[in-house]
Design a protein around this ligand. Structure first.
Ligand SMILES: NC(=O)c1ccc[n+]([C@@H]2O[C@H](COP(=O)([O-])OP(=O)(O)OC[C@H]3O[C@@H](n4cnc5c(N)ncnc54)[C@H](OP(=O)(O)O)[C@@H]3O)[C@@H](O)[C@H]2O)c1
Length: 182
């Protein structure tokens, strides 16, 4: 199973403000839906709270919500209390997927969908990051995780939204550790 991060950020690396997305970009929501459909998504409890009620749980996906509150019950979502519990749940789903896999089945993936706290926790465990770079500068209180030089940009596609906003879909892969023999 692969662990992947997916997020959208402004030009000044903001991902959220007052527990909301600071923009409305339907093209990005469609991209997010296409990538995560049929898979397991993991979000922090604050991101769950930020979703409009009509969109939670995110349909067609196993929804995992990370919280320290062991008594938390959420309709349509599985509450997990540690990163390990989240990975165990996603592995269960991946095993079920593998049992019914065809050549067209995408790699079973745990999609980490935010917010800032949960990205930081899972960045060291991930092998793929999908970022939407939005050409806006906005105020915000939640920032994107830093993508350091252990990551390689492998794809970049620029688009313009129906409303004229520029944005790019950017893909990163973790550079595999090379052992130097001297
Ligand atoms: N631009 C994007 O792509 C994007 C995507 C998603 C979210 N966002 C934005 O990000 C912001 C929210 O991010 P955030 O960092 O404030 O919150 P968050 O990561 O969504 O959730 C934080 C919560 O996760 C739980 N948690 C964190 N670490 C944990 C651990 N080790 N064990 C158990 N539970 C743990 C805690 O829940 P409890 O308090 O219940 O214990 C904590 O309060 C919002 O503004 C949202 O709009 C942006």
């Amino acid at each position: 199973m692969e662990i992947s991060l997916i997020f959208a950020q402004s030009a000044n690396k903001v991902i959220g403000h007052e527990n909301k997305l600071p923009w409305h970009l339907p093209e990005d929501l469609a991209h997010f839906k296409a990538l995560t459909q049929g898979q397991t998504v993991l979000m922090g409890r604050k991101t769950w709270d930020s979703l409009p009620k009509a969109f939670r749980p995110l349909p067609g996906r196993v929804n995992l919500v990370l919280s320290t509150n062991e008594a938390l019950k959420l309709e349509g979502a599985i509450t997990v209390n540690s990163p390990k519990q989240a990975i165990d749940q996603a592995n269960e789903k991946a095993k079920r997927q593998a049992a019914s896999a065809s050549s067209a089945t995408p790699t079973p993936t745990l999609w980490v969908i935010g917010g800032a706290q949960v990205y930081s926790l899972f960045m060291p465990l991930a092998s793929r990051i999908e970022v939407t770079e939005i050409e806006l500068t906005v105020d915000g209180d939640a920032l994107a995780p830093v993508i350091d030089d252990t990551w390689e940009e492998v794809q970049r596609n620029r688009h313009q939204s129906a409303k004229g906003l520029g944005y790019s879909f950017v893909s990163y892969r973790k550079i595999s550790q090379r052992i130097e023999h001297v």
